[in-house]
Design a binder for this molecule. Sequence first.
Ligand code: PMP
Length: 390
Amino acid sequence: MQLSSRITDLLGGGSDGWGVFLKARRMIGDGVSVTELTIGEHDIRTAAPILQEMHRAAIAGHTGYAAVPGTDSLRDAVAARVRERTGVSTTRDNVLITPGGQAALFAAHVAACDPGDTALYIDPYYATYPGTIRGVSAVPQRVPARAEDAFQPRPETIAAVAAGAKSLLINSPNNPTGVVYSRATLEGIARVCIDHDLWLISDEVYDTQVWTGEHVSPRALPDMAHRTLVVGSMSKSHAMTGSRCGWIVGPVEAIEHLTNLATHTTYGVPGYIQDAALFALSQGPEFEAEIAAPFARRRQLARGILAGQNAVSLVPADGAMYLMLDIRSTGMTGEEFANALLDQHHIAVMPGESFGDAAAGHIRVAMTIEDGEFGNAVSTLCKFAEELAA
Ligand code: PMP
């Protein structure tokens, strides 16, 4: 039987960028000890009190169909959090609870784009972005940010391809680069969205992982709330990746239609998961800071190690659980370097190319292993790069 081209072409005919990751997994399967710096997931598990609340809610009977847009109490809690963090008037009617940020990204593009519409996204990008856009039968158009600009996108580069497009997807703090978009960058992006009548889909799943400066949500910029769909998630902020709980915050009318979409796709998020998410949010910013702390610490550790050498340079990274390293001095592509590092030192990192052409000659290092082992891996990586560059 013929499958739809929408699903068979989801990856756009290219690789999905996970080659090195899969090779590392095969090596581990063969009994090789590999240091894995590939995946964006905490080295801690969901905190026990959150799981106890999940258990309590399930035993208490919250196991039936839950309200499709989310429970009132969780939508209220997300709205309150957004109000506190951004100052923008937000109620439960602005919030749809989704099974994770990824489902929210897909739904947001369904809301913004008709089949055939152009949907813009910034390169380097989180690996699912182009496939998510193809999945809604829109046409992904990448907009490169440059290493020379520390991967802050230039509004004029976006404006140059914005005519006729329907949406722009951005992500700050950024995966893979760790870059936090400045207020000036976001104001420039907002200007382009207003001038070209674009929906702005703002992926803010790393909003609690900002090491220096501030997280600015573009929904809070003048004239932006009615054209912005914010994607949020419990995955990164509360170490709840497996619970699949996220949200979209947007205009009431969009949320109403997105609720119809949810009724016809996911049918909502399990009630006991939502109760656990509500409990987790009630732990407040101190708890979120605790979850983020290991990444801040490891970033400092890596900066110390990187300061002692010249072969590898760090993209000024102010957020998220990743470091983007420029390894162009080695003469290798990111992919060649990542493969050689895995083969020779059993350290797995992601090639920059997995996240788009703009990150060529770079590697992404996830700061998701214990400090001592992390420091050793960064030192080995630097020595390896120095030998290659010499
Ligand atoms: N956006 C970005 C930038 C991500 O890195 C991830 C997860 N790695 C997601 C969205 C999706 O996260 P989740 O579906 O777990 O909320």
